[in-house]
Design a protein around this ligand. Sequence first.
Ligand code: SF4
Ligand code: SF4
Length: 466
Amino acid sequence: MNSPDSKDRTTPQKILRSVVELCADCDTCRTLMDEDCLFFLELYRLWDQEKESGVPISEAELRNLVGLCTLCGMCPCPGIPSDLMEAKGRYIDREGLPLTTRLLTDVPRLARLCGTFPRLANILQSNKTVSSLLKKVTHIHLERELLTFPEQNFFQWATERGLTGRREGERTVAYFAGCTAGYLSPQIGRATVEVLEQNGVTVSVPPQHCCGMPHLVEGDRTTALRRVQSNMNDLLESAKRGDDLICSCPTCGYFMKIFLKERACYSDAYQRSVNAGEDEIKVPVSGGRDQKHRVLKKSMYKDILKDDGFFSTLDPLARINLADYISDAGEYLARLHAEGRFDTKFTAISERMVYFAPCHQREQNIGSPYPELLSLIPGITVERLEGMYCCGMGGNFGFKTGFHEKSLEVGRPLMDKIREKAPQAIITDCMSCRLQFNHALPYPVFHPMEILARAYRHAEDERITI
Ligand code: SF4
Ligand code: SF4
C-alpha cells in the first residue's frame, strides 16, 4: 500500500500506469471504493479488460481515467491523490487549459462579472433559451441550475463592517472564507463572523484568493501555485501577529491542512529544523512539527522520501506552518467549548435535521465537531449520517455534461438514506454537497454556522424583547 515508485514519473501516462499497477496488485479499493469513487471503478474495469483481451490500456483511456478523480482525498493511500494531481498537472502543461474550464474554476472572476451586471446576469440565466445556450457553451448539463451570485458578496460586507484591516482583541481570528462563503453563499461567511463574535472573538478578514483546489482538480498548476503562495504569505503574516487562523469550508481546510504539506517533511529545511543526523530522515508520526518522529536511514530512503511533489517549489516550512496553524471553524469552536468559553445561551430550534460530514471534513482527522455543538441548541434533533457516503458532486464536476449522471449515481445511496429520514433540513459544511442536495432533494440545506447563528440570533431577539 505504498505510493508508486517515484523512479519513472517522466510522463503523466507513466505516473498513471504505476498507479494502475499498484492498485490492481493491491486490489483493496476494488470493493472498498466501488460505490464512492468513479476513478477506482474505471481503473479496475480497464485492468480487467487488459487482462482479458491482452490489449494494454490505451493513452486515451488513461487520460480519461485521471479526469474521474475529484481529489476528494478518500482513498486509503494518501500518495494516490498526489500522484493523480501530478498527472493532471502534466497533462495540462502539455495540452493547455480549455477556456470553459478556466472560466468555471475562477469563481471570483465569475462573481465579479455577474456582480458588475447583476440584472443582466439574472435575465440571461432566467431566460430558458439563453441559459441552455450558456450551458451548452460551457459544457454544463442542461438539468443543472446555473450558479447565481448575490448582489453583495462576503468580502464587500466585511469591508463595509471594517473587518478587512488588522483588528485588536483579547482573542483574534483571521478568517479565510474561501470562494464559497466569499462569493456564492455570503450568509455562511456572515454567520461565521456572528458566531465567533458572539463568543468574544475579534474577527478580521485578511486578503485572500481561492485556496487553489478547483484549479488543482483541473490540473491548472500555474494558477494553483500562484494562489497558494499569495494566501500562504497573507495568512502566515496574520498568524505571526498572533491571530488564530480559521476556515469554514472543508475543502479549503483539507487543502491547507493536508494536501499542501504533503512530503514537506522530507525537505532539507524540515530535516534541519528537527535536527536530523547526517544519515537520518525524521518522519513525523502523525504530522506537525512537535510530533514524535520515526527515524529512517537516509542512505536507504533518500530517493523515495523527498519533497518532490506538486508543491515542492513552495517553502516547505511555510506549508507545514500553515497546516499547523489553520483550524476548521467547527474544530475551533469545539476548542472554545472544551475551554469552557463557548457561549451556550441559545434559544430553542425545535426541528429535526440530519448532519452530513463531507469527505474533505472527514479527511482532516479532526473528528466531527459540529453535531456535538449543534446538539447544545435546545429542542434540536441532529442525526449524524454515519457511513462512508459521498454526495458525488466532486467540486464542480457534477455540473459537467459528461459527469452529471455519474455524479448522481455515486450520490444515490446518500440521497436514499436522507430521504428515508425525511428531515426538516440538511446540515453540511460543504458547498459542493449543498449544491448536489439542492439538485437531488427537496429539503433546505444549511451550513452548521448558519444554524448556530440562528440560535444565537433568537437568543439576542429574546434579550432585546425582555
Ligand atoms: S489506493 Fe487502495 S488499491 Fe490503491 S494501493 Fe491504496 S489501498 Fe491499495
Ligand atoms: S482522491 Fe477521491 S476521487 Fe480521487 S482516486 Fe481517491 S477516492 Fe477517488
